[in-house]
Design a protein around this ligand. Structure first.
Ligand SMILES: Nc1ncnc2c1ncn2[C@@H]1O[C@H](COP(=O)(O)OP(=O)(O)OP(=O)(O)O)[C@@H](O)[C@H]1O
Length: 323
């Protein structure tokens, strides 16, 4: 890998599902890169393809999904050629995941201690005795005050917030290079959400890991992300530095998304509403957002816009920004 190559590079990712006799295109040509130690946010309405993008990269989709890409490179190495066993080994150590519901990341029949022991032993040659003290200090590190009790607990005995902390402790033990976090705080109350987000940011920096952070919460995205990609109907429609995308969005969809979240935050009497559904039928040609866009021009119905530079490191997929 050259010094300048990104940690993860995704080119033209396409994922579809067989639904009855149709194919639903959930991800339609997504390309992005994540640099070392960078947090890239993936934002957009429900159904825009954020989760499917992450799951495609991790090979976690069900059988009726078809995943294609021109390239998925990790540390410069193409992943599509890796067999399932090799990929699983990579996924368990170099690539980690935090989901909305941490329960699915644990074996319900095993204690938290068992999980941490396995995570610690995967990374190091810890012997039977030393894993326990390392596990306890990892749990203390993620704010768990009674590590001995938690080590002997089963996943169902812990609250969602505690379980998310235990999962973060497992991830710290593995020291992955890339973490895919998909709405990791959605089910938590505000205080616990804040604590979990702080933990993710703190340990991302300590581990020098990169993060693909999926969220529909723009305040969280602004807080935690270095760069942001905005998805609409299976495509990235805008990508750039977090501040530029969130403060000076160029794509009308990104601007609408922001407006919606601002009006919710300020509890305005008039709530800006983005008409229509993102998951509606995607037109055969033209811009997928044309039917809902406040700035649609006649040509938007026929020309599918390419990504264009709209600022330093900032691109948008809109004919308003053509040359
Ligand atoms: N297993 C599946 N089978 C068929 N279609 C699916 C499957 N999983 C997702 N989809 C479809 O793919 C599209 C993208 O879904 P995805 O979950 O990625 O959206 P999202 O942006 O993550 O939304 P949310 O914020 O609600 O999680 C949706 O239209 C969804 O219905």
């Amino acid at each position: 890998m050259s010094a300048s190559s990104p940690l993860l590079e995704v080119m033209n990712l396409r994922t579809s599902f067989a639904v009855g006799d149709r194919r639903v295109k959930a991800v339609r040509g997504v390309s992005f890169a994540i640099a070392d130690e960078e947090v890239l946010g993936l934002i957009g309405e429900s159904g825009s393809g954020k989760t499917v993008t992450g799951m495609s990269l991790l090979r976690l989709l069900p059988e009726h999904a078809a995943v294609e890409a021109d390239a998925i490179r990790f540390r410069g190495k193409e992943l599509s050629g890796l067999g399932d066993d090799d990929f699983r080994a990579l996924r368990g150590v170099q690539l980690a995941m935090i989901f909305q519901d941490p329960v699915g990341s644990f074996n319900p029949a095993k204690t938290i201690g068992w999980h941490l022991q396995h995570a610690i032993e995967r990374r190091s040659e810890a012997d039977a005795k030393s894993w326990r003290s390392e596990a306890e200090s990892l749990l203390l590190d993620v704010g768990i005050r009674a590590p001995e009790r938690v080590l002997s607990s089963y996943p169902h005995q812990l609250s969602g917030g505690m379980l998310q902390r235990a999962l973060i402790a497992m991830i710290i033990a593995l020291r992955p290079a890339l973490i895919i976090a998909d709405e990791p705080t959605t089910n938590l109350d505000n205080l616990v959400e804040r604590q979990i987000l702080d933990l993710i940011r703190l340990h991302q920096r300590r581990l020098k890991a990169s993060v693909l952070f999926v969220t529909h919460d723009l305040a969280i995205a602004e807080d935690i992300c270095d760069r942001i990609a905005v998805m609409y109907a299976g495509e990235i429609v805008e990508i750039g530095p977090a501040e530029d995308v969130l403060r000076r969005p160029k794509h009308p969809y990104a601007a609408c998304l922001l407006q919606t979240s601002l009006s919710l935050e300020q509890r305005d009497e008039f709530l800006f509403e983005l008409a229509g559904e993102p998951g509606g039928r995607i037109p055969e040609e033209g811009c997928a957002f044309a039917g809902r866009c406040p700035k649609t021009m006649p040509q938007c119905r026929t020309i599918h816009p390419e990504m264009r530079a709209v600022g330093p490191g900032h691109q948008a997929r809109c004919l308003l920004h053509g040359d």
